[in-house]
Design a protein around this ligand. Structure first.
Ligand SMILES: NC(=O)c1ccc[n+]([C@@H]2O[C@H](COP(=O)([O-])OP(=O)(O)OC[C@H]3O[C@@H](n4cnc5c(N)ncnc54)[C@H](OP(=O)(O)O)[C@@H]3O)[C@@H](O)[C@H]2O)c1
Length: 237
């Protein structure tokens, strides 16, 4: 049977790097993002028989329809990576309610919706593996990132609880908590300013996170784990 993996946020950054690690390992991939053209370009760069789908993870109907479409075209989803996410830094007193809602809906509710859809299929398939991409900020907190931090901290609680709920069904759920990684999300940041607090002295690369994601995805005896990939940043926070 095909090893089918849905990667939400697979069009760019960390999700795309996960796809680049998985494609040569024989997985059939569904790359999912709002911008279909970018996702299609990422899928065709992989070569092989991978597909792109357009979906806003914050919208229940979108997620439901995307799972139906993915399963029709690729077969049952056995692996899920939730890398779709947004970050809008601002002090809480200046943060509009709509900004709170959009971060919580994309980063937290979105992963709940995709996990719910995937777990239904994984129960029927008698097994599956999920990796949710959190953040070191969700574990440590950071000034100007209270809402983002809440969304990522919530993802840890959600993932650990779900790991307990579905373990008997042979479904594993783990979390990756990256530090500063070179992607579109961090391109506005001055690395010089932040790297003095990173023991390894640099931002990470998406591919370095991707290898850790795939490690968790494929590790048969690890569940409910939060793996930090941050160049040692947590040691100084
Ligand atoms: N980069 C870092 O330093 C860092 C550190 C810690 C954690 N993270 C987390 O890692 C994950 C990936 O981040 P990244 O750095 O790779 O960001 P990125 O380069 O900006 O990529 C974000 C991806 O998520 C997709 N996406 C965003 N909103 C979406 C939505 N509502 N529905 C569906 N897809 C959506 C984007 O595609 P579309 O825009 O086309 O939808 C894109 O594929 C995020 O959850 C982020 O919070 C990143």
């Amino acid at each position: 049977m095909d090893k089918v993996c849905a990667i939400f946020g697979g069009s760019r950054g960390i999700g795309r790097a996960v796809a680049q690690v998985m494609a040569p390992k024989g997985y059939r991939l569904a790359l999912v993002a709002r911008d279909l053209r970018v996702a299609q370009a990422a899928a065709s760069d992989l070569g092989g028989d991978h597909l792109a789908f357009s979906c806003d993870v914050a919208k229940e109907h979108d997620v439901q329809n995307t799972f139906e479409e993915m399963e029709k075209r690729l077969g049952p989803i056995r692996f899920l990576v939730n890398a779709a996410g947004i970050n809008r830094d601002s002090l809480l007193v200046r943060t509009k309610t709509e900004e709170m809602v959009s971060q919580l809906h994309t980063n937290l509710l979105g992963s709940m919706l995709t996990c719910r859809a995937a777990v239904k299929t994984m129960i029927q398939q008698q097994g599956g593996s999920i990796v949710n991409v959190g953040s070191i900020i969700g574990l440590k907190g950071n000034s100007g990132q209270s809402v983002y931090s809440a969304s990522k901290g919530g993802l840890v609680g959600f993932s650990r609880a779900l790991a307990k709920e579905v373990a008997r069904k042979k479904i594993r759920v783990n979390v990756i908590a990256p530090g500063f990684i070179h992607t579109d999300m961090t391109k506005h940041l001055k690395e010089e300013h932040f790297k003095k607090n990173i023991p390894l002295g640099r931002f990470g690369e998406a591919i370095e996170v991707a290898h850790a994601v795939v490690f968790l995805l494929e590790s048969p005896y690890i569940t409910g784990h939060v793996l930090v990939v941050d160049g040692g940043l947590q040691l100084t926070m």
